[in-house]
Design a protein around this ligand. Structure first.
Ligand code: KIV
Ligand code: ZN
Length: 399
């Protein structure tokens, strides 16, 4: 394996469609709501990045959401713009009204299929839900050609009933079938098996694109999404920074970079240009006011930072020793070697050279000793601290 390997070019059938739901499921995180202008900025960047489908909102939820979906639909140049709708005629018509402004619009309608949801949330029988699927998907399909149907809580739905629901949705005209892990309950092997079984058992399954939609309650959202793709799904629903309900959704940047970095075992391609990932992460963090954790994969502040002496030494010899991706590929200027108590002589010498100091061996040893003392006492050692201690050392006679 090589960090700078060019990704393999998979066949067209191995292309994975990226469906971003930052503006819908992401915005459902308590406290993450965005203004119209903020949503337009995010949508514009998603479109520029090469996201295939932007779920712009839930038009029936509020007039603001309706307006956001309409405005995003009007200005989006490349991506399909989707609006979410419950399996209720009024929801579907409202979503249809919003996405009709798009060059390419989609109605995404969903209904719960698991026994827990049928009993406690919907108070409906399996047969009643099947009828709801038939009528609501057909209603959406009368309004638009591109209809996605989701089986909410699919991963806690018995497989026989799930297959009947999927069959009904495809017969009624759904072109994308999404099988969400709504409560983040699945593990990768079973999520993959669910797609394999449904695709094998449902007649005309190949008429629809299957989609993954994973929540991160057990920290498995990205692993589950990739497992679903291995099971035959060709659409991944995800959000920037993994923003989303509870523990969040699968993070778009992780899905994209996993497929790109491990194309040897995940031979799937997508349209997203990863160079925009860091900018997208910063924009979504700013508009949602959800900070990104420092150690977040791909876009965290420390994702390309190294402090330990062993790692810094390796990085100075060859970046692929401790980095499996190039920072510039995701829009980060460069790797940073952070000076701290774990740093070694190699990195310290490099830092001095970067700051313009060339000092003799004795002075270097003394400066290094004082740097370690300082780093033991201080959480962050800045360039200014190092300059101060080297200048001191030179002033007190070190050469
Ligand atoms: O998590 C989920 O099931 C959803 C559906 C609306 C697709 O967000
Ligand atoms: Zn969701």
């Amino acid at each position: 394996m090589n960090a700078t390997a060019t990704p393999a070019t998979p066949n067209e059938k191995d292309r994975v469609v990226i469906f971003d739901t930052t503006l819908r499921d992401g915005e459902q995180s308590p406290g993450a709501s965005m203004t119209l202008e903020e949503k337009l900025n995010v949508a514009e960047l998603l479109d520029t990045m090469g996201v295939d489908i932007i779920e712009a909102g839930f038009p029936i939820a509020s007039n603001g959401d309706f307006e956001a979906v309409c405005e995003i639909a009007k200005v989006t140049k490349n991506a399909v713009v989707a609006g979410l709708a419950r399996a209720i005629p009024g929801d579907i018509d409202r979503a249809g009204d919003a996405v009709r402004h798009a060059r390419r619009g989609r109605i995404h309608t969903f209904v719960s299929t698991s026994p827990i949801h049928l009993q406690f949330q919907m108070n409906k029988t399996e047969e009643q839900v099947l009828e709801i699927i038939r009528t609501t998907v057909a209603r959406a399909r009368n309004l638009i050609d591109d209809v996605e149907w989701s089986a909410m809580d699919a991963t806690r739905t018995p497989i026989d009933y799930l297959c009947r629901c999927v069959e009904a949705a495809i017969r009624a005209g759904a072109t994308t079938i999404n099988l969400p892990d709504t409560v983040g309950y699945a593990v990768p092997e079973e999520y993959r098996a669910m797609f394999e079984q449904v695709r094998a058992r449902v007649p005309d399954a190949d008429k629809a694109i299957f989609s993954v939609h994973c929540h991160d309650d057990l920290g498995l959202a990205v692993a589950n999404s990739l497992a679903g793709v291995a099971g035959g799904a060709r659409q991944v629903e995800c959000t920037i920074n993994g923003l989303g309900e509870r523990a969040g959704n699968a993070a778009l940047e992780e899905v994209v970079m996993a497929m790109r970095t491990r194309s040897d075992v995940l031979p799937f391609a997508c349209n997203v240009d990863p160079v925009h990932l860091t900018r997208a992460s910063k924009l979504v963090a700013a508009v949602s006011s959800f900070d990104v954790q420092y150690n977040k994969a791909i876009v965290g502040k420390n994702a390309f930072a190294h402090e330990s002496g062993i790692h810094q030494d390796g990085m100075l010899k060859n970046a692929s020793t401790y980095e499996i991706m190039r920072p510039e590929d995701v829009g980060v200027k460069a790797t940073s070697l952070v000076m701290g108590k774990h740093s070694g002589r190699h990195a310290f010498k490099d830092k001095l050279a970067e700051l313009g100091y060339v000092i003799g061996d004795n002075a270097f040893e003394e400066a290094f000793r004082r740097f370690k003392d300082l780093a033991d006492r201080k959480k962050h050692v800045y360039d200014e601290d190092i300059e101060a201690l080297v200048s001191d050392e030179m002033a007190t006679g070190g050469e």
